[in-house]
Write a protein that binds this ligand. Structure first.
Ligand code: PEP
Ligand code: MG
Length: 401
């Protein structure tokens, strides 16, 4: 039977378990401590992934209520999906781009169906998980080319593997003390050169096979040298492959405080930015994103986080490169006008969130959003800013939770 929903005792909303569940449209509640003490095999359990509520052995009334809630949500989703051809723009016509985050190539058609104008984040590391050996260069070319073809002429942003931290390969015995701060993403790639080079070659060849320029996004960049080193590898491999290679645009994820503070310098070295708020918030506020004990402190509404985002957008503008956001904050409905107000124009979100984000964008004007941003800037308390954002959106999307 397909998975109808699941709960975990550990983890948080931005842990990868939650991200994958959201991408696949599976209701999930994570970080419910001691839950298994209360559930037995055969129990009926309500999993409300919208509000993060789990009800074990619900009574008739609760069952009825939640069946109605599920039906309301399904109806709303259908209604919003039908709006996929409406332009994504504010009331006064300022365009916004909505892209999709995917973990598996098979999600791409679904993303297009929801109205994504492209794939803004393909987390390629999922191709490396749950298997004994990493995929070969050839296999990657096949997979990547099929993905590119499945979205027509829409863009695809390939993030090079962000392995390590909470995404370990099967034989990975190197359990680190602080894996989020450890040997992961491009750090691992620059150590495991062969595996990284194979992926970069596969991307160059995919661009060649598909006869179009592709976008490559580097995770966990801490500074300029890493970008230069990886660009040098790409240049060398491009020469080695020769005529069969295509062109790559190279972008950099902004998810480390060091990248935020050097965004103006990085902007001169790359073709685009994508802000990864999941990690950026983790590192900015020093909160382990997979630790449910400190999850209460994890918020995109912290002034430090909003200032960081605004600084990155300004740096991108200054250098004339596009700035997207692919972290979970881009998919928070109440944050949409605030992010727009501080200058964000490209949102990359889980496919199922696309209709909601589109509706949110279409519910305000640029002037209103800028006014909201100004009010948020003059507040120093996360919960206060969150309330401002909540109040701003309340009632705007008629019926959207
Ligand atoms: C992020 O950190 O916001 C991000 C998009 O990457 P991931 O969630 O895969 O770490
Ligand atoms: Mg990240």
């Amino acid at each position: 039977a397909p998975v109808l929903g699941f709960c975990t005792e550990r983890g948080s909303r931005t842990s990868h378990t939650a991200i994958v569940a959201q991408s696949l449209g599976i209701p999930a509640v994570v970080g419910a401590p001691r839950l298994t003490l209360h559930v037995e095999a055969g129990d009926t359990v309500i999993v409300d992934g919208l509000d993060g509520v789990v009800i074990v052995r619900p009574d008739e009334e609760e069952l009825r209520q939640y069946e109605a809630k599920a039906a309301r949500y399904a109806a709303l989703e259908t209604r919003l999906r039908a709006t996929r051809d409406q332009p994504v723009e504010t009331i006064d016509g300022i365009p916004v781009e909505i892209l999709a985050n995917i973990e598996l190539p098979g999600e791409a058609p679904l993303a297009v169906d929801y109205g994504a104008s492209g794939i803004g984040l393909y987390r390629t590391e999922f191709l490396f998980l749950d298997r004994d050996a990493p995929p070969t260069e050839e296999e990657q070319v096949q997979t990547y080319a099929a993905l590119v073809r499945s979205v027509g002429d829409r863009q695809v942003v390939f993030r090079t593997f962000d392995l390590g931290a909470d995404k370990l390969m099967r034989d990975d015995q190197n359990r680190e003390r602080n894996p989020a701060l450890g040997l992961r993403a491009i750090r691992l790639g620059l150590r495991e050169r062969q595996m990284f080079t194979a992926q970069l070659r596969a991307l160059l060849r995919t661009a060649g096979v598909c006869n179009r320029e592709l976008k490559v996004l580097l995770p966990m960049v801490s500074g300029i040298e890493e970008v230069r080193e990886i660009r040098a590898i790409i240049g060398r491999e491009r020469d080695a492959i020769g005529a069969a290679a295509g062109d790559l645009l190279v972008g950099c994820m902004i998810e480390l405080p060091s990248a935020v503070l050097c965004a103006d310098l990085l902007a001169k070295e790359v073709d685009f930015f994508s802000i990864g708020t999941n990690d950026l918030i983790q590192f900015c506020l020093a909160i382990d994103r997979s630790n449910d004990q400190v999850a209460y402190l994890y918020t995109p509404y912290h002034p430090s986080v909003l200032r960081a985002i605004e600084a990155v957008i300004a740096a991108g503008r200054g250098a004339g490169i596009p700035v997207a956001m692919c972290g979970g904050a881009a998919a928070e409905l109440n944050l949409v006008p605030l992010l727009f107000g501080i200058g964000l124009r490209i949102f990359s979100v889980p496919p199922t969130m696309i209709p909601f984000i589109r509706a949110a964008v279409r519910s305000f004007s640029a002037a209103e959003a800028e006014d909201l941003a100004a009010r948020a800037r003059s507040s120093s308390i996360p919960s206060e800013i969150e309330r401002l954002a909540e109040r701003f959106m309340r009632g705007r999307m008629n019926g959207v939770p």
